[in-house]
Design a protein around this ligand. Structure first.
Ligand code: ATP
Ligand code: MG
Length: 410
């Protein structure tokens, strides 16, 4: 019997293969032939149930049948067994969605109940999330009134409420650090920053003993200071951190994780309830493909990344960046802001195609626009803001993008 052909044990090829619906429905049928290792194939058109007229009826061997099956699959024919599987999957999928939706509603209700319990706490609303206000202190960043909160931030603010560890990854100047700073500025939390790109030692980070006035004293590093005082700590460029710093961090990454200061006779530092930990990285996780652009960046392993909520920060969209330019420099027209944002968008597209080696950050765009307002000269402003920072090839390409927009967007 052909169905027991050893070559076909995985998948029974017998049955109906169909594509299209209604009168346009077309089918192939594979059935056993009377001869060993041979198959009968028939072709026809007709609505469900009706076989209609059979226009091909022939016998082929296994090799030919396999070629046909491949061809039919490419042409969009689907076996009945597969259709039944898909129907079952769709039903299971919808049952899953209903269960998930119920769980989401229950979680929202639980959260709302918690908020109702804390009505004495003042909140500040960012996007659609209520964040409890912090105590005013000297380390609260200044509010940037031009800052635009976009859709990419909502989940992160909720993570902050829930005391999750948040890592933002993305190209330079895509707005990672400023996002955290601006949330802290609105909600009133002090921010400390530690940059891992060559400047921060384990001593700076955790603390060290020193001699002062003949006395040996302990100086807390940035991590215990933030944990004790309830500041938000942003670890910038975490993918450049020394292994010893990553090792210390791992313990603190658990929710309410405590810090063990071995150098101080195993003193335990408990996190203040307001303490939050953030990291930014250019080339970690989903950004690893760009490691060649951020020389010296280390690959953060998955076990370490799993201790964070990792968000990919893309550059702002053309519309969002136009809005940011208008808010930052209210004297420019929307048309002008749009042209400048379009130049940045084109340069980023060239960067993604690897035609340009340098990324075009929002920081660079704003800086260029500010210089342009001072000099009144697009090219002169582009010198120190752009051209002098990139290779001669990149400068030439960016110059041509700028010329094109300046001439044609007027
Ligand atoms: N949503 C926004 N609204 C207003 N300005 C923004 C926004 N996003 C980014 N910017 C501007 O872009 C500048 C650069 O952003 P930021 O320093 O946060 O980037 P970054 O991703 O941390 O860069 P790097 O990887 O180089 O540290 C900010 O100082 C700010 O002026
Ligand atoms: Mg940054």
């Amino acid at each position: 019997m052909n169905a027991t052909d050893p070559a076909l044990q995985d998948e029974d090829p017998l049955g109906l293969y169909t594509r299209g619906a209604g009168r346009a429905r077309e089918w192939w049928r594979v059935s056993p032939s009377g001869r060993a290792h041979m198959y009968r194939i028939e072709h026809g058109q007709g609505e469900d149930g009706a076989v209609g007229e059979v226009d091909i009826d022939t016998e082929i061997d296994l090799d030919n049948l396999e070629a046909k099956l491949l061809k039919w699959r490419r042409e969009g024919f689907v076996s009945e067994a597969q259709r039944a599987d898909e129907a079952r999957a769709a039903q299971a999928g919808s049952a899953f969605s209903v269960a998930l939706q119920r769980a989401v509603e229950a979680a929202c209700e639980a959260k709302a109940a918690q908020v109702r319990l804390q009505t004495h706490t003042p909140f500040v609303r960012i996007g659609n999330v209520d964040l409890p206000r912090g105590e005013p202190n000297a380390l609260v960043p200044r509010v940037n009134a031009a800052y635009l909160f976009t859709g990419r931030g909502g989940d992160i603010v909720q993570d902050i409420v829930e005391n999750r560890r948040v890592m933002l990854i993305g190209h330079t100047g895509s707005g990672k650090t400023s996002f955290i700073e601006q949330v802290a500025a609105r909600a009133g939390y002090g921010v400390l920053r530690a940059n891992m790109n060559g400047q921060t030692t384990i001593g700076d980070f955790v603390g060290f003993w020193t001699v002062k006035g003949g006395e040996t004293i302990w100086v807390d590093g940035v991590l215990p200071v933030a944990m004790r005082e309830g500041y938000w700590l942003i670890i910038d460029e975490l993918d450049f951190a020394e292994p010893s710093i990553l090792a210390v961090l791992t313990a603190v990454l658990e929710p309410n994780g405590r810090l063990l200061l071995k150098e101080r006779g195993n003193e335990i530092v408990e996190p203040h309830p307001s303490f939050r930990l953030f990291a930014t990285a250019n080339a970690a996780g989903a950004m690893s493909a760009y490691r060649h652009l951020y020389q010296g960046a280390n690959l953060l392993n998955e076990a370490f990344l799993d201790r964070w909520r990792v968000y990919l920060f893309d550059y702002l969209s053309l519309e969002e960046e136009t809005e940011v330019l208008l808010r930052t420099l209210p004297v420019i027209t929307r048309q002008l802001a749009h042209t400048l944002a379009a130049i940045a968008a084109d340069c980023r597209a060239a960067f993604a195609r690897e035609d340009l080696a340098s990324a075009f950050s929002t920081r660079r765009l704003i800086d260029w626009a500010e210089l342009m307002l001072r000099t009144g000269d697009v090219e002169r402003a582009a010198g120190p803001a752009i051209y002098a920072k990139v290779s001669a090839d990149d400068a030439a390409l960016i110059r041509s993008v700028i010329r094109h927009h300046v001439i044609f967007d007027a």
